[in-house]
Design a protein around this ligand. Structure first.
Ligand code: 6PG
Length: 474
């Protein structure tokens, strides 16, 4: 019996996806460049062994799969993907489908898609979220490619995906780069979410002088309320864990220097290209960059006389409530930005991205899964969020309740010297967004003064210049 699908690249993510596919009753042909890894994988498959067809050449792999052949490649993003596609072109035939399941830059995916079009083969760029656990037991899957190619793999992908109330968290989102774009923005939002959580942790640690375990308890209780989400849940677990080597809380022995592989940065670059503000995501990326220059930060701490973070006083229970609501409000603003970037990209690239579906397939399986995403799915589904999530009636109500806390926390943290770049960006975005009369009239005047750029007048059509007199640029 032929395999339903193939997979190349038996690293952790690849192996877990393959086992997940096998477990759902779909025969899978696997190939790895180093054949010993293929053998080790088959060994590790245990009772699922029968559903796995080990292959030791690409020819063998192609021969093992039912045409049109879908082959998932799970190799390092970048050049290895192009090399793998080139190698596959020699062994595949018309209508076969190469599926890149890595964290590719969607611009590479668009290029690969168009390079393959006309060759008979087709390409799917597939965003997979949920880490190693997700890949094994149910990820969220964001697919970009032709609708026909999706139809060929829909069965397998919906079967292996996470489920939210029985609904699969896998969907076809549009052509060429749509899936990888949405995955990139998912990660951008993930960066903002994580950064805002870290900022709240900073306030609890430095402003309130709390110990990791106590902070963990706070997150644990928040996870039972409106902030209920995977990231809050794991934050609580992380803060509760001890380092076996020293007996200290693990967070206290981890160096405060964050890594990044590119998706957050791509989100910000694309947001800028599209002219859509994604300030909370930008702040989160910048915070990771600043975190990475630890030596410089330590030198600066000395240069500025170790001002440190002042203690934040006041009623602790009230403060904790404010922190919870601040995080909630900040999160809403960050998601509003992420969705706005997607809707800008949808127009730019003619994807017709289905926002309600995106929110739905993020409700389970992925790293940013949360209770709030269900409310977002409803808001997009009813059309209430079509301009911006912040305009959906349910979110207007939530922000009305929560923004005073965000304001209060950003103010207290700033006064205490505890950096809150993502939370304050989120607040500034919200305040700018809801300000019917802003301050860009002054910017227009300045532009006209030094560069004769002209301005519009309130209540009058046409281009005008100011009465700047001598010294003005024009
Ligand atoms: C996911 C994660 C996953 C991975 C990212 C994180 O959705 O499962 O986002 O894709 O953890 O690569 O990116 P950084 O390494 O840049 O934090």
């Amino acid at each position: 019996e032929k395999a339903e699908i193939g997979l190349i690249g038996l690293g952790t993510m690849g192996s877990n996806l393959a086992l997940n596919i096998a477990e759902h009753g779909h025969r899978i042909a696997v190939f790895n460049r180093t054949s010993s890894r293929t053998d080790a994988f088959v060994e590790s498959a245990g009772p699922l062994k029968d559903m796995v067809v080990p292959c030791y050449s690409l020819e063998e792999l192609a021969a093992a799969i039912r045409p049109p052949r879908p082959i998932i490649i799970m190799v390092l993003a970048g050049k290895p993907v192009d090399e793998q596609i080139a190698a596959l072109r020699g062994v595949l035939s018309d209508n076969d489908i190469v599926i890149d399941a890595g964290n590719a830059n969607f611009r590479d995916t668009m290029r690969r898609f168009s390079e393959l079009s006309g060759s008979g083969l087709t390409f799917i760029g597939m965003g997979v979220s949920g880490g190693e656990e997700g890949a094994r037991h149910g990820p969220s899957i964001m697919v970009g490619g032709t609708e026909d190619s999706w139809k060929r793999v829909e069965n397998v992908l919906t079967a292996i995906s996470a489920k939210f109330r029985d609904e699969p968290c896998a969907a076809w989102l549009g052509t060429d780069g749509a899936g990888h774009f949405v995955k990139t923005i998912h990660n951008g939002i993930e960066y903002a979410d994580m950064q805002m959580i870290a900022e709240i942790y900073g306030i609890l640690r430095d402003g309130l002088g709390m110990e990791p375990k106590e902070i963990g308890k706070v997150f644990e209780s928040w996870n039972k309320g409106r902030l209920n989400s995977y990231l809050i849940e794991i934050t609580a677990k992380v803060l509760a864990a001890d380092d076996p080597k020293t007996g200290k809380p693990v967070v206290d022995i981890i160096l405060d220097r964050a890594g990044q592989k590119g998706t957050g940065k791509w989100s910000v670059i694309e947001a800028q290209q599209l002219g859509i503000p994604a300030t909370a995501i930008e702040a989160a990326v910048a915070a990771r960059v600043l975190s990475s220059i630890k030596d410089e930060r330590q030198a600066a701490e000395k240069a500025y006389g170790n001002i440190g973070v002042e203690r934040i006083s006041g009623d602790k229970a009230a403060l904790l409530k404010d922190l919870e609501l601040a995080l909630f409000a900040g999160k809403i603003a960050a998601y509003a930005q992420g969705f706005a970037v997607m809707s800008g990209a949808s127009k730019e690239f003619n994807w017709n991205l289905p926002m309600p579906t995106i929110a739905k397939i993020w409700r389970a399986g992925c790293i940013i899964r949360s209770q709030m995403l269900d409310t977002m799915a409803e808001a997009f589904g009813s059309g209430g969020a079509s301009t911006n999530l912040l305009m959906a009636p349910a979110f207007i109500a939530m922000m009305k309740e929560a923004h005073p806390s965000l304001r209060h926390i950003v103010a207290r943290a700033s006064e205490a010297g505890s950096p809150v770049p993502a939370l304050s960006s989120a607040l500034a975005y919200f305040d700018s967004y809801r300000q019917g009369r802003g301050t860009s009239n002054l910017i227009q005047a300045q532009r006209d003064f030094f560069g004769a750029h002209g301005f519009e007048r309130t209540g009058e059509q046409g281009a005008f210049h100011g009465p700047w007199g001598s010294g003005a640029g024009h």
